[in-house]
Write a protein that binds this ligand. Structure first.
Ligand code: ZN
Ligand code: ZN
Length: 167
């Protein structure tokens, strides 16, 4: 996460988001994030769109990586998942149920990062939502929140991380 923030710093200082994709290997029932892919992208202060996604898929296929999630910055916003972020997260969790969405919010004084996932209720709401752009979502009927902090992610400083910066 710190390496990503370093690579994003040029954008962050211009109030532009940066996004990256996390690739993982699967060993004995545990996903290990081994690769950070930073695609070519188009950024604004509150959104970021990956371009040439085929370049991401090609690296994942060559190296047999699972798309275990994504990471992006909120250069001036607080640490939360926007409605657009929730739709992106949905597309990852449909592929890999364990997928996470990491938000790095260096200017948020109360929490500067979050590792999030959609709740089961959140998955149902997003599945039925066809709206685009920023828009409100209803809360899950079971009283849970639409997304939650991941409780099953561990930081291993000894793990080697490969960075593919395609920009
Ligand atoms: Zn966001
Ligand atoms: Zn929606």
């Amino acid at each position: 996460m710190d390496m990503f923030l370093d690579l994003a710093s040029g954008n962050t200082s211009k109030d532009l988001e940066t996004c990256g994709v996390l690739g993982a290997s699967l060993k004995k029932g545990t996903f290990y994030v081994t690769t950070l892919i930073i695609p070519k992208q188009e950024s604004e202060s509150n959104s970021c769109q990956a371009l040439h996604e085929e370049e991401i898929f090609s690296i994942q296929n060559q190296q047999g990586l699972f798309p275990i999630g994504w990471i992006h910055t909120h250069p001036s916003q607080s640490c939360f998942m926007s409605s657009i972020d929730l739709h992106t997260q949905y597309s990852y969790q449909v592929m890999v149920p364990e997928a996470v969405g990491i938000v790095m919010a260096p200017t948020d004084k109360s929490r500067d990062y979050g590792i999030f996932r959609l709740s089961n209720g959140g998955m149902r709401i997003l599945k039925d939502c066809s709206e685009k752009g920023f828009h409100p979502h209803r809360e899950p009927a079971d009283g849970s929140s639409i997304y939650e902090d991941c409780s099953n992610v561990y930081v291993n400083q000894n793990l080697r991380l490969e960075i593919c910066d395609l920009r």
